[in-house]
Design a protein around this ligand. Structure first.
Ligand SMILES: Nc1ncnc2c1ncn2[C@@H]1O[C@H](COP(=O)(O)OP(=O)(O)O)[C@@H](O)[C@H]1O
Ligand SMILES: [Mg+2]
Length: 248
């Protein structure tokens, strides 16, 4: 198995607060990993460290088998790790294609944007990740899209930016059931394309449905790593999480 990224014994404190204590995780090619834990468990800190927003105080970051020093956000992007934050700034007045290519437009030699090609490419991308409605195409304004569909545009943008691992920070928190299902379908298609997803959620049922593997964090420590096969269902996963907390 080849890990895209591996964090080994990563620790991180903020002033006197230890947010991560020798946490070790990895994400393999083509897997969906669900990161769970109570409020304050260190999920966001772990993710922010993984995507290079925080520098770890201690520990190693290993990319495809090689340790990387001075890990930061631009190295993470170079390594094909893209984050889709919940309030990820999409520009609602602009079209889907504009939002996907923002800042990285396809250009002719003299600087003109190759608009037709971008539209073709964007249409292909959004169909591949699971936009099925005939009412939506690359030229639709993002402002007309639902919450789940906006997540889809952000995911399409990550894929256009050559993401191999897409990190989703609670993408379904503010969404209805139907919208949540749309996001799950997008994630499923990301997985089918051979890419990996690291998914943070507090709704165990959502995380259970979507993930191949679970990482349970508690007070900055990785207390469990479980394959879906090792666990009967969401209730069992919930119990594992609660037992971990009460043991402390
Ligand atoms: N930037 C920060 N400054 C100070 N403390 C922080 C910061 N980020 C997180 N923490 C603390 O680290 C701990 C873990 O937080 P966090 O990673 O946000 O947990 P989670 O995402 O699981 O709720 C908490 O005690 C939180 O208060
Ligand atoms: Mg958090």
């Amino acid at each position: 198995m080849s890990a895209i990224i591996e964090l080994k014994n990563v620790s991180k404190s903020f002033g006197g607060i230890t947010a991560l204590k020798k946490a070790s995780i990895k994400v393999d090619v083509g897997e969906v990993v669900g990161l769970i834990g109570d409020n304050g468990a260190g999920k966001s800190t772990l993710i922010k460290t993984l995507v290079g927003v925080h520098a770890p105080d201690d520990g190693q970051i290993i990319i495809r088998g090689n340790e990387v020093k001075n890990w930061n956000a631009s190295k993470a992007r170079e390594a094909g790790i893209e984050t889709v934050f919940q309030d990820r700034a999409l520009c609602p007045q602009q079209s889907i294609v504009w939002n996907i290519f923002m800042g990285k437009e396809l250009k002719h030699r003299f600087g003109f944007i190759r608009e037709k090609e971008q539209v073709r490419e964007a249409n292909k991308l959004i169909r591949e990740i699971g936009f099925t409605s005939k009412l939506i195409d690359a030229e639709s304004p993002v402002g007309n899209l639902s919450g789940g569909e906006r997540q889809g545009v952000a995911i399409a943008r990550a894929i256009y930016n050559n993401a191999e691992l897409i990190v989703l920070d609670e993408p379904t928190t503010a969404l209805s059931l139907i919208e949540t299902q749309k996001v799950f379908d997008f994630v499923d298609n990301v997985k089918k394309s051979g890419r990996s997803v690291l998914f943070i959620g507090h709704n165990i049922y959502h995380v259970y449905d979507i993930s191949d593997r679970f990482i349970v964090l508690d007070r900055g420590e990785v207390v469990h790593q479980l394959n879906k096969n090792d666990i009967e269902g969401p209730e069992a996963l919930m119990k594992v999480m609660k037992d971990a907390v009460s043991k402390h």
